[in-house]
Design a protein around this ligand. Structure first.
Ligand code: G4P
Length: 527
């Protein structure tokens, strides 16, 4: 198969949702349809028990499970589908943000009872930054949920994206009868079943006004459906695939993942409309997937679960050309050649050694400390892929070494954990104080635990009050230097040596911004 044909048959995506909306369930159903797993229950939830946030066994379990379910590849209708898992726990949000840089589209699940929840809002912000195409799946229709029109309005308001329903529910909860597919003009009838794989019994209905409709759903629901369809066609614009592909419009499907309902329809529509691997930008130029030469970037690093071996798995997204095992490749940041002799592909839950991979694929590379998140690997070209930003953490703590004899181990451990993206390290210009920033409280416990068990270093985290880390920039270098001089005590460097202003409060940041109008303060490292 030519490289162009390989690219055309690849769809790489992620599922995003607020915890409990049904991500694990939907993932499992998609894998069942793809034939990648045979029985329900095979995909373990990678959720950390919400009530046991300081349970280390849970954290370790999470690390173990998430290696095997990080990337799930399967074949469906002649296509190669790569589903990238995103951690459900909000404390791992940063990991999810980065994974989203490696997908070409996402499916967003919304719980019909709860509507748009906070984590979904945050994840959608990241999708919007990159104009990622989004399909929305409104789940749990077997429960008494909110009015579908209200849910659609909420998606548009809270997530700042236009919607276009491509299916419409008939009833809800106890009276849920199924959905009408506006996309395929067919009626899909609901029978609750958690065990039947294919639960979509459907009837083709060319004309919604035909009396066949009454036979299946009764007069009341038939009339209601006709009214709804008329209304939808009236208020929502026609579905334009390009608006979806540009990230401006989210097609919406309704279903019930746990009952295997609406999932086949979602998957079949997904493979028709979801994008194939797209061109990506490096600092130097646009890279097209079909180019001869291989290129890719690292978006995730996973420490080996066996602490005695420092091996790590780096996840590489192939962006162009063909990746070949045992070939020498160029590590742009380190300016040196590397060879990956035991590259791994991810098929459903198994890892297997692969000889080649194509754009859209994710390759697991065993690494002993050469790679870090954001690294670019090429066949010699020097540009680094853009679009893998760091986001300002929410919680900051100062690192205090508790064993002076082990400061080297502590530094090394911190550096390696930061390379993995567990958290972000900021080193103050004054006094070289080290501050770790995270999205959630849980990371501090993970770091402390891993520093002790993997590096033999002990530390404490001292509470400090910081509002945000702001990456600073400006066209006028003199003004930037003035700010640095005037606020020297609050200037730090991030892992790449970039200058960051550590703002203590929102009000104070606003004041500083007023006093230095020519300096830009950014909450992300790429702007
Ligand atoms: P997550 O990965 O997004 O966190 O969600 P997960 O799939 O684990 O689903 C969260 C809960 O919602 C699970 O129930 C799951 O069974 C349920 N669920 C998923 N889809 C549907 C649906 O279509 N209808 C209904 N009614 N429930 C659904 P749980 O009680 O937390 O776990 P379990 O014991 O059922 O596995």
């Amino acid at each position: 198969m030519s490289i162009v044909e390989e690219i055309k048959r690849r769809k790489t995506f992620g599922i995003i949702s607020h915890p409990n909306a049904g991500k694990t369930t939907l993932t499992e159903k998609l894998l069942l349809f793809g034939g990648a797993i045979k029985t329900a229950g095979a995909v373990k939830s990678n959720k950390i028990n919400q009530h046991a946030t300081s349970d280390f066994m849970e954290i370790e379990k999470q690390r173990g499970i998430s290696v095997s379910t990080s990337v799930m590849g399967f074949e469906y209708n002649g296509l190669k589908i790569n589903l990238l898992d995103t951690p459900g726990h909000q404390d791992f949000a940063e990991d999810t943000y980065r994974t989203l840089t490696a997908v070409d589209s996402v499916i967003m699940i919304i719980d019909c009872v709860k509507g748009v929840e906070i984590q979904t809002e945050k994840l959608m912000e990241v999708c919007r930054m990159r104009n990622t195409p989004v399909i929305s799946f409104i789940n749990k229709l077997d429960r008494e949920g909110r009015d579908p029109y209200e849910l659609l309005d909420e998606i548009e308001d809270k997530l700042s994206i236009e919607v276009r329903p491509l299916s419409w529910p008939i009833g809800m909860g106890k009276s849920f009868k199924g959905v009408y597919s506006l996309f395929n003009k067919k009626l899909i009838l609901f029978t609750p079943s958690k065990t039947k794989i294919d639960n979509d019994d459907f009837v083709e209905i060319e004309d919604i006004n035909s009396e066949i409709l009454e036979q299946y759903i009764g007069e009341n629901d038939a009339n209601q459906l006709r009214e709804d369809v008329e209304l939808i066609e009236g208020i929502y614009p026609d579905f334009e695939i390009n608006d979806y592909l540009e990230g401006k419009l989210a097609p919406v499907f309704f279903g019930s993942a746990v009952n295997n309902f609406g999932v086949r329809e979602l998957l079949d529509s997904f493979i028709k409309i979801a994008p194939i691997p797209k061109p990506r930008h490096t600092e130097l130029r646009e890279i097209l997937p079909a180019e001869d030469k291989f290129s890719g970037f690292i978006f995730k690093i996973h420490a080996n679960i066996d602490p005695r071996h420092r091996n790590r798995i780096a996840f590489l997204r192939v962006c162009s050309g063909k990746f070949e095992r045992k070939k020498n490749y160029f590590h742009v940041r380190q300016n040196k050649n590397l060879r990956f002799s035991n590259a791994t592909a991810f098929m459903a839950q198994n890892k297997e050694t692969i000889d080649e991979a194509f754009p859209g694929d994710i390759v697991g590379l065993y690494d002993t400390g050469n790679l870090k998140i954001g690294d670019t690997i090429t066949e010699g070209e020097k540009g680094i892929f853009k679009g893998i930003p760091s986001f300002s953490p929410e919680i900051f703590r100062e690192v205090e070494n508790l064993d002076a004899m082990k400061s080297k181990q502590l530094d090394k451990g911190l550096r390696q954990l930061m390379d993995e993206g567990v958290a972000q390290l900021f080193t103050f210009e004054m006094g070289a104080r080290k501050v770790v920033g995270t999205v959630g409280q849980l990371q501090f416990e993970v770091i402390q635990h891993r520093l002790k068990h993997e590096y033999g270093a002990t530390c404490r985290f001292r509470q400090i009050n910081l509002f945000k880390a702001c990456w600073i920039a400006g066209d006028d270098k003199k003004k930037v230097d003035e700010l640095i001089k005037s606020k020297y005590r609050h200037i730090a460097r991030d892992k790449d040596g970039k200058l960051v202003f550590m703002a203590e409060t929102k009000q104070w940041l606003m004041m500083v911004q007023e006093n230095f109008p020519d300096v830009e303060f950014h909450f992300t490292s790429e702007y």
